[in-house]
Design a protein around this ligand. Structure first.
Ligand SMILES: [Zn+2]
Length: 217
């Protein structure tokens, strides 16, 4: 099965990607992993990408797409894969369709993790990180015994910039502008399936696997 996972920040994509890929026995491919492996192996694409990243610039689509192409051409992806974090935009989705066609294949399904904005804000803005050991707590779902103090190491808890309400609002706006049109793009191809991604992690995984069954998962 060839699958793309989409969803807003805070939807639990990374966690679900692990479980679903394991269930389907396909590699989980994230652009973060592809970037890191190209950079650490010093491939020509990795060297090019690193130049942009070192300059604090976005890596151009063309470089990212070429890295994805190389990764999807590897033997372990020949029978299927789960893409997490790519494509993020409609032009990237069109490029992915083209490169898969070049490889003689196509996507089977795009799974959307559906979480509304209020729930995303509740999940992300409640996160607190320990300055001592780095453990992430949550004021509502995984609270410490004493407010602001890590149960594991006694360290002080703080709110990362990424988890502050103003940053979350910006990330949600970017998602709505750039990534949400993907949902329409794949919907028009008849490949989109959305699942409710609220509630316990295990419940979401079960919903995902049930939804994929009708696509041969
Ligand atoms: Zn700690």
């Amino acid at each position: 099965m060839r699958l793309v996972l989409v969803g807003p920040p805070g939807a639990g994509k990374g966690t679900q990607a692990e479980f679903i890929a394991a269930h389907l026995a396909v590699p989980k491919i994230s652009t973060g992993d592809i970037f890191r492996s190209n950079v650490s192996q010093g491939t020509p694409l990795g060297i090019e990408a690193k130049r942009y990243m070192d300059a604090g610039e976005l890596v151009p689509d063309e470089v990212t797409i070429n890295m994805v192409r190389d990764r999807l051409a590897e033997p372990d992806a020949s029978e299927g894969f789960l893409l997490d974090g790519f494509p993020r935009t409609t032009p990237q989705a069109a490029a992915l369709d083209k490169l898969l066609a070049d490889l003689g294949t196509a996507l089977d399904v795009v799974l959307e993790l559906v979480v509304d904005d209020d729930e995303v804000i509740r999940r992300l803005s409640g996160r607190r990180t320990c300055r001592g050991c780095g453990k992430i707590w949550h004021v509502e779902f995984d609270a410490t015994t004493r407010e602001g103090i890590c149960d594991r190491c006694g360290g002080e808890l703080f709110q990362r910039d990424d988890d502050k309400p103003e940053t979350i609002a910006t990330r949600l706006r970017e998602y709505a502008e750039k990534t949400a049109p993907l949902v329409d793009y794949y919907g028009a191809q008849g490949k989109l399936v959305g699942i409710d991604a609220t509630g316990p992690v295990e419940d979401v995984t079960v919903r995902a696997i049930d939804a994929l069954r009708s696509y041969g998962g």
